[in-house]
Design a protein around this ligand. Sequence first.
Ligand code: IMP
Ligand code: MG
Length: 192
Amino acid sequence: MKKIVLSEEEIDQICKKIAAEMTEKLKDEERIPLVIGVMKGAINFMAGILKYMTRPIFTDYIQITSYFGMQRTNNVRMIKDVSYDCSNRTVIVVEDIVDTGHSMKFLIDHLLRHNAKKVYVCALIDKKVAREVEVPIDFCGYVMKEKQFVAGFGLDYHELERNVPYIYEVDEDDLKRMDGVLEKDHFTFHHY
Ligand code: IMP
Ligand code: MG
């Protein structure tokens, strides 16, 4: 039996709640805020939030990498930058999960360096116990009490499981199953 962390219904409720919180927080913004999804993990969550947002917003995507399978590597690298100029504009960074915090710290610094007026952070999951650098989370879906590795709804294990509609805790059997699938594909692990 899979240990479900967030069901499809729970995720939808979270998206609805966060969209309402964002709309409230952004109500006095004069310029159109830019909502930035962090690829690839936050694509699903971003889509979930956007459909409930009623105010005018711009959307963009940024891609960074730091994880390798279940292991973090220490340096965060940018694969794709934002395509809009965010100077003097309020931005909201939408992430799937904040773990050690290194990726989010990197993104906040990057966007502030490019003169974003204000950077808000939104995370579906806050893996608080794993935090190494402090990052403020302005919109949070769910706080995880333990350091377990989770997959589904955008979150991956070697690129697998992003398409699963719920989030579950990865166990030994899941690892065996996924490693088998990858081996059959002759998938070789590599960074960009
Ligand atoms: P951080 O830099 O350690 O905060 O890592 C953030 C990134 O690592 C997230 O955006 C995810 O892509 C990935 N990550 C962290 N924890 C998990 C997990 O439990 N499952 C899948 N990906 C994870
Ligand atoms: Mg991510």
